[in-house]
Design a protein around this ligand. Structure first.
Ligand code: ZN
Length: 500
């Protein structure tokens, strides 16, 4: 038994290493690679992805799992060994349905599409991206066919990021959210709006960076196992527990973008740095799902980073970085400005009250693209009309509209809903945390963030991918993913802010 389990770990370690190498090449492509490297990089990533796919679908691995599964059934299902076998088996069963040549074709297509997207976004010209996206969407529809029969063509994509979750479940959750959030936004828009103009003025990039780094340190990000770089779309990349990197983008004329972006990515990075050391170099050293990952980043960005208590400590520090811009702005004015609710074009800059509407729009368009009811050529038009319906805005150009996010160029379908689900899980966890650490806000006011991190380490981070998202959420909070705590949180916070 132990021999077989060791063999399994050795086999999977090869897959993990190849995946991390692909991740590093992709990180470099976005952070440092010169534009001329696109084609070569595409080849390299395609080759390594192909090898990784072979490793996770090999007949040897299948035999090992066949031998181990009956024994795993006798084990304590809560044990790490049983979890490892369970997770490996899920990967193997999913990946063996995907033909190796599709993986190569997809890898090449998405690498080229990423490059085309970056150029199209710079020039704000969807037409140059269109043929590349068409190819990616065509390959994605082909991908869904590998998992037939399914209840909905979108199910296989959701399952890639949220094991077990169905399109109909997410649609039901979103239906509750949509009506309540639209109602809340309407109520807010009828009240007086706070002044936030002082957030849009020159803020030196170097000072933004230094202050961002100061925050990451206070929150507990381990800089001996991380770094911060600049990319056009912020993200966190983990190449193992010892190397978890974050990126951001700076707007020299707008403070909140990089500031909250860095806090968001720090939330992701704390999770990846916090898996149980025993899980190192195994499939368990991963997040439980993207929604659980987003619950960590959104918690740090919003429940922590946009709280009054957080800024009671950090605002005087921020003022020392920007005395000319903020020296005469009071804490309360700043707090109200960073929580101003205003429908905006850009998802990553959206406030908490409108954010989920950006997600619902994307999910509806993705479903249309996958079902074939929406053609890529009609995407900008569909985007703009959905924006007008849900947020009352029409993008002035494609760069601030349909081209704003990187996800589709990568072929990520089913990923966007995880952001909104992450918001919901963050609020569920938060209610639990406050139950157990009622003086948490007072700790934040003193600049103490250790108790929060310790709680997350103990209840969420250490478990890595051991539990599926619904199981983990239920274990920690007592219920599955549920929109009501988030709605409670929004109503309480914005009720106070806007006197509703
Ligand atoms: Zn995120």
């Amino acid at each position: 038994m132990t021999g077989k389990l060791d063999q399994l770990k050795t086999h999977l370690a090869e897959y993990i290493d190849l995946n991390h190498a692909v991740g590093l090449l992709s990180w470099d492509q976005q952070a440092y690679m010169p534009p001329g490297g696109t084609e070569d990089r595409g080849n390299q990533i395609a080759t390594l992805s192909h090898l990784a796919h072979q490793a996770i679908t090999s007949a040897d691995l299948g035999r090992l799992l066949d031998d181990l599964l009956p024994e795993a059934a006798q084990m304590d299902p809560d044990s790490d060994e049983a979890a490892l076998i369970r997770v490996a088996d899920r990967f193997y069963r999913k990946e063996t349905r995907i033909p190796t040549d599709w993986v190569s074709r997809f890898s090449t297509a998405s690498t080229l599409a990423f490059d085309a997207w970056a150029k199209a976004k710079r020039e704000s010209n969807f037409a140059t991206f269109r043929p590349f996206l068409e190819e990616v969407i065509r390959l994605r529809q082909e991908y869904a066919s590998f998992f037939a029969p399914y209840g909905h063509i979108y199910d296989p994509f959701l399952d890639d990021f949220e094991p077990g979750l169905k399109t109909s479940e997410v649609q039901a959750i979103f239906a509750v959210l949509r009506s309540e959030q639209v109602e809340l936004i309407k109520a807010i828009s009828q009240g007086p709006q706070p002044d936030a103009t002082f957030l849009s003025q020159p803020f030196s990039e170097a000072a933004q960076r230094d202050f961002g780094i100061e925050i990451t340190r206070k929150l507990g990000y381990d800089w001996t196992r991380g770094r911060l770089d600049v990319t056009s779309h912020p993200f966190t990349s983990s190449f193992g527990q010892g190397d978890v990197r974050i990126t951001t983008r700076f707007d020299p004329n707008y403070l909140p973008g990089a500031l909250f972006g860095i806090i968001h990515e720090t939330g992701h990075a704390l999770y990846d740095q916090g898996h149980a050391p025993a899980y190192r170099h195994t499939l368990l050293s991963n997040g439980a799902s993207m929604a659980v990952h987003e619950s960590q980043s959104r918690m740090y960005e919003n429940l922590v980073g946009r709280s009054r208590a957080f800024w009671k400590f950090f605002y005087p520090r921020l003022q020392t970085y920007f005395p000319g811009q903020l020296g005469s702005v009071s804490l309360e004015t700043f707090y109200r400005a960073i929580n101003k609710v205003i429908p905006s074009l850009i998802r990553v800059e959206a406030d908490e009250a409108t954010y989920n509407l950006h997600i619902m729009l994307r999910m509806e368009l993705e479903i249309g693209l996958m079902e074939g009811s929406l053609a890529v050529k009609d995407l900008p038009q569909a985007w703009n009309s959905h924006m007008q319906d849900s947020l009352g805005l029409i993008p002035t150009d494609d760069a601030r509209g349909v081209l704003q996010d990187v996800h589709w160029s990568y072929g990520y379908i089913g990923y966007f809903p995880t952001y909104a689900l992450g918001n919901l899980v963050s609020a569920q966890l938060w209610e639990k945390i406050l139950e157990e650490i009622p003086d948490l806000p007072q700790q934040f006011e003193m600049g103490e963030f250790g108790a929060l991190l310790a709680w997350l380490r103990k209840n969420v981070h250490q478990y890595g991918a051991k539990y599926q998202p619904q199981v983990l959420t239920e274990r920690v909070t007592g219920s599955k993913i549920d929109p009501t705590p988030y709605l409670r949180y929004l109503k309480s916070k914005y009720g106070e802010l806007y006197g509703l």
